[in-house]
Design a protein around this ligand. Sequence first.
Ligand code: UDP
Length: 398
Amino acid sequence: MQHELKDYRKIVGDRLIDQIMDESTGIIGKHVVNISSTFYGGGVAEYLGAFVPLLDDTGLHVGWRVLKGEDEFFHVTKKLHHALQGERIKLSNEEKSIFVNQNKYNASFTHLNHDAIIVHDAQPLPIIKFYKKKQPWIWRCHVDLSKPGAIWPYVRKFVNLYDYAIFHTKEFQRKDIRPKQVIHQPSIDPLSAKNIRMTSAKIKRVLKKYDIDRDKPIITQVSRFDKWKDPEGVIETYKLIKRDVDCRLVLLGSFATDDPEGEAIYRKLIKYDQEDEDVHVIGIKDDQLVNALQRESDVILQKSLREGFGLTISEALYKGTPVVAGRVGGIKLQIKNGWNGYLVNPVNIKETAKVTKKLLLNDKIRSKMGKNGKKLVEDNFLITTQIRNWVRLLSKVL
Ligand code: UDP
């Protein structure tokens, strides 16, 4: 269901919504377009799905275009994604030309006469080369760029064609690029099917549909099937906990059209589901299931080895569920160790299992941390704050 800004008054109060309306008066009628690489799966699609219609509701005309590409292109961009997060991967000349030429092809049928253009992540980065620049171009980076691999000088050449670069956190900002740098923290939509309030009867029904019994504590990780989310490490953590606490593990992941590796990782994980009736590996897109699990689980894990932000963490915290997560990237913006969850060294299974167990065994701490987490998200990571930040930036840029 599509929402309007006025629907958020009851959640965030009148002041913020009035502020957005006031501050956007100077840019009403301007055309802004977003370019990304998928409509489905992953944080960027999630974010744009809420962001585009709401920003449009301020009086701007806001659009969203998605790159057309085949497996060959997305294999290259996935490699690029790994390399930007620090892996020692090189792109061959052939791969570089696939990357650039697919962008050139997309530019040939994507007419951009907008007042501002926002390009998300690395996949569409080179598209700028194929336009006569008449307006500000903004690169919105959603990944952890703090320690990019050797690929960076190649990618930086494209980044330098942009006027602005937006990062989640100071830690990802770069000293070696030309665009003006801005920090915007991501956000979740409290009114989406994934986050909206759910009755306990409904939660029960949804879990039942997937045969998840509520007879023992539940630990869940909701994530694309991606090696940086370390699903195998989650299984190891669960096995260690299981020695002392009888519990269930749910690994829920959906597949993104721009992520060709997810399917293979899912197939590898399925064996754990078959071996142990308390392990549920689910590969399906179901926002109600995400919502129900984030509410009903005793602990949410996000054992990422690298993470741009991790919307899944704010989603869980907003529902009053504590999170145990890797002390990496944008996760550190969301978890205060010992206050709304625990930050762990994600390669340290023992440490991860120990704090998760501590939470599972202590209702009082869980409930206290749950309250703290909800407050943190309400104050910092709701979509309306994001809309205000964009209205401010666009008013300046335009
Ligand atoms: N997600 C989902 N279903 C799944 C797994 C993930 O809807 O089975 C959503 C999740 O709720 C979140 C987004 O995909 O909104 C993932 O964003 P995040 O920033 O956590 O990670 P990314 O996938 O961008 O690395």
